[in-house]
Design a protein around this ligand. Structure first.
Ligand code: TXA
Ligand code: MG
Length: 303
């Protein structure tokens, strides 16, 4: 794939919006770091973000919205959350809040969690893209998995060149440090990731820093989960892949991007079924299959 680098302009944003609505991820600046943005309502578009980053596991992604009103259509904001949002948005603050059931956000975005990280960015390029697409945009930092966050378009090109169709160049980002993340889920505020905004003083007592990776207790089904199943027992709900048809299938054609896009929806579906146990067909250990298998082995271990 050829990666185009376009300076920020109305034309570049129009191009980018077309790609986003077609399910392609594109790189765009925010005031913190460059993000790799995709349509958060389209599971396949979000799977494409993971594919481009070569991420070996699913992490919940931050969703960018134009303003607090748009955020409130996706998550539930209590008083402490509203206080922070009113003070710091637009800006480098991400709030983790309970996800609304009618949010329209694809389950892969939150890795199946009942909470969501939301942010109203201040940068004109990301704001223009939000307006042009009319969609909430999931965007992790625009670097290959394991590489450091990009603060210039050249960093993105070096890391993801050949893997994404477009980078919108707005020069160096102002902050150069990822957003502060605060969880507002359950009456109190907790700092999950320190960042450009110092919220310590505003946090309720005992707000201690926890690594976001650890804190994000990922979705695991309430039922026993058996992996690498070619066939199912009568009491098992079988999630298929490729030649293994199952009760439902991650991807009948064996497409790993489709499988990643459907994974969390099908786990929820299997969990809600009448059968007490879940079995899952083998998924090949390459490309996005590595992230899928990572996720599944965790779910199987804790089930
Ligand atoms: O400044 C930023 O925040 C940049 C720009 C592009 O917005 N984005 C960014 O995304 O740093 P990323 O994916 O590199 O980091 C997102 C962090 C992850 O560590 C993830 O665990 C945490 O946010 N996170 C997202 N949703 C969460 C949730 N529901 N619960 C707990 N942690 C969450
Ligand atoms: Mg990152």
């Amino acid at each position: 794939m050829e990666t185009r680098l376009l300076p920020f302009s109305d034309q570049a944003i129009a191009n980018a919006a077309g790609l986003i609505l077609a399910g392609e991820p594109i790189a765009v600046a925010t005031e913190t770091v460059y993000g790799l943005a995709g349509d958060a309502t389209n599971a396949r578009a979000v799977a494409n973000i993971y594919e481009a980053k070569g991420r070996p596991s699913f992490n919940p992604l931050i969703v960018h919205v134009p303003d607090l009103r748009a955020a409130e259509r996706i998550g539930d904001f209590d008083e402490p959350a509203l206080g922070l949002a009113n003070t710091h948005w637009p800006g480098p603050l991400t709030l983790v809040v309970p996800l609304r059931p009618d949010s329209g956000i694809a389950a892969i975005v939150t890795a199946g969690l009942p909470t969501i990280g939301l942010r109203v960015p201040a940068h004109p390029a990301m704001q223009a893209l939000l307006e042009a697409t009319g969609r909430p945009l999931a965007a992790p930092s625009a670097n290959a998995s394991g590489a450091i966050s990009p603060t210039r378009a050249e960093h993105v090109l070096k890391s993801l060149g050949g893997r994404i169709p477009l980078i919108i160049d707005s020069g160096a980002t102002e902050r150069g440090l990822e957003s502060t993340i605060v969880a507002a889920t359950g009456g109190s505020l907790r700092l999950l990731r320190p960042g450009p905004i110092e919220v310590d003083a505003e946090l309720a007592s005992g707000g201690k820093i926890e690594a976001p990776g650890q804190l994000a207790s990922h979705y695991s089904p309430g039922k026993a989960l058996r992996l690498n199943a070619e066939t199912a027992a009568p009491d098992e709900y079988l999630i298929g892949f490729g030649a293994v048809a199952g009760d439902s299938s991650l991807s009948p054609t064996g497409d790993l991007i489709e499988a990643a896009a459907r994974l969390f929806d099908l786990l929820h579906q299997a969990d809600a079924s009448a059968r007490p146990r879940i079995a899952l067909a083998p998924v090949p250990h390459r490309g996005l299959g590595i992230a899928i298998n990572d996720r599944l082995s965790r779910a199987a271990a804790t089930a």
